[in-house]
Design a binder for this molecule. Structure first.
Ligand code: NZQ
Ligand code: ZN
Length: 391
């Protein structure tokens, strides 16, 4: 295991009706003027936004609102939010929605207290200061409610890039699984896929002897395999949604990723798809992960075979461990298909003729030098082949 720091100070309020405590929590964490940031309208239709406002009113906390965050959130609204926060002297950002809303809130929170262009953070500058952030999560997926990360798409060039820093870990996150019951099945499945991807990106490591985090990841993956189909079959299954929601947080606050190198090639390759085609991030990952894994598994056959045996229940073939590794990847692919996720470029709305453009942006865009690195380093030729495997 490698040396590591782990600092995860987010306060979690989990369970039914907890959104009614939003005002008290904002007060507890020092907010006196709030920006309520939300998406395309699901929180208006569900009545959640009204409940959150009532909770702020009850505590006497004034607020301004900015809705309209799109899935795969854009830089334009972030600039608007920064202006609004400066003009209105906002000192707390409250995200009401999914990963896109939370990430946009994080960008606004960092950009408001920064003199330069907020995009500097998405070019690699560490976020060391930000307004405090609270979240009320409505979809189990991105894990942004407990993570120090934010992913934004810059409209000029459509670069989808991440920024990081403990300063943007939420001060509090309210997780009420019942709020996710209104999700369309496709979006629920995309969230399940994203959570499973966050676990795989950490499982694929070059660090030896990391049994505790290996076992945590395997346990969370087994949970997703058990609960995912239950919630697809019955969207109102509160208990299954509760387990998935907490697994989504655990998968990405890095408690199971500490002390080990991580992968993230599947995410980098997928981000180009959701930037160009505006597909759901999780759906893009369903197409990307099996292709990446089939391309790289020979780098460490036994790691893939271990995952196949421990998580997918495959029989270990000691004479031919490659076949065990491949059986595990096939099981993942079948699972994703069974919950309604796409498995090919076509189903995602992606086009083969765009592959050179995807590879160019992936490997050269926004300061990259011709490759991406993770479990293995992938150059332009590798990435071209991986995209072709998805067609
Ligand atoms: O905009 P509204 O109307 O709210 O609708 C949203 C949106 O259309 C809808 N939705 C959310 N909760 C709902 C609901 N509809 C009905 N009932 C509810 N309870 O779902 C759609 C998708 O929402 P979005 O926030 O985009 O989903 P998700 O949480 O999957 O976030 C995806 C974004 O997170 C980034 C992704 O790249 C993508 O941009 N990621 C962020 C990470 C992080 N910050 O740590 C890590 C992830 O790997 C990921 O890259
Ligand atoms: Zn993700």
């Amino acid at each position: 295991m490698e040396n590591f720091d782990f600092y995860s100070p987010t306060f979690f309020a989990f369970g039914k009706d907890r959104e009614n405590e939003a005002g008290a929590l904002v007060k507890r964490f020092g907010g006196s003027k709030v920006l309520i940031h939300y998406g395309g309208g699901s929180v208006v239709r569900s009545g959640l936004l009204d409940r959150v406002k009532a909770s702020l009113d009850k505590e006497g906390i004034p607020y301004v609102e900015l809705g309209g965050v799109k899935p795969n959130p854009r830089s334009g609204l972030v600039y608007e939010g920064i202006e609004l926060c400066k003009k209105e002297n906002v000192d707390f950002v409250l995200a009401v929605g999914g990963g896109s809303v939370i990430d946009s809130s994080k960008a606004i929170a960092a950009g408001t207290v920064y003199d330069g262009d907020f995009w500097d953070f998405y070019m690699g500058k560490l976020i060391e200061e930000a307004l405090p952030i609270g979240t009320i999560l409505t979809i189990a997926a991105a894990g942004s409610e407990g993570s120090p990360d934010s992913v934004i798409t810059k409209e000029e060039g459509m670069f989808k890039r991440g920024a990081t820093g403990d300063a943007i870990r939420p001060k509090f996150s309210i997780l009420n699984p019942a709020l996710t019951q209104t999700l369309p099945a496709y979006q629920t499945a995309a969230g399940i896929t994203d959570i499973m991807a966050h676990l795989h990106e950490r499982y694929l490591t070059n660090t030896k002897e990391v049994e505790v985090t290996d076992r945590m990841i395997e346990g969370l993956l087994l949970t997703m395999i058990h609960e995912g189909p239950r919630v697809i079959a019955d969207p109102n299954n509160y208990e299954a949604r509760a387990n998935i929601m907490w697994a989504g947080m655990m998968a990405h606050n890095n408690s199971c990723g500490v002390g080990r190198s991580q992968d993230w090639n599947s995410h980098d390759i997928e981000h180009e798809l959701s930037a160009l085609y505006d597909c759901a991030h999780g759906a893009g990952l369903a197409v990307t992960m099996p292709a990446v894994f089939k391309y790289v598994y020979k780098h460490d056959v036994m790691r893939f075979a271990k995952l196949a045996v421990r998580v997918w229940g495959c029989q270990m073939d000691f004479d031919d461990p490659e076949s065990t590794a491949l059986a595990g990847i096939a099981a993942l692919e079948n699972f994703l298909k069974s919950i309604g996720m796409p498995i090919s470029f076509d189903e995602l709305g992606a086009k083969e003729e765009d592959i050179p453009k995807l590879v160019e942006t992936l490997c050269r865009g926004n300061g990259r030098q011709g490759s991406i690195s993770g479990f293995v380093t992938l150059n332009e030729d590798d990435c071209t082949k991986i995209y072709q495997m998805m067609v």
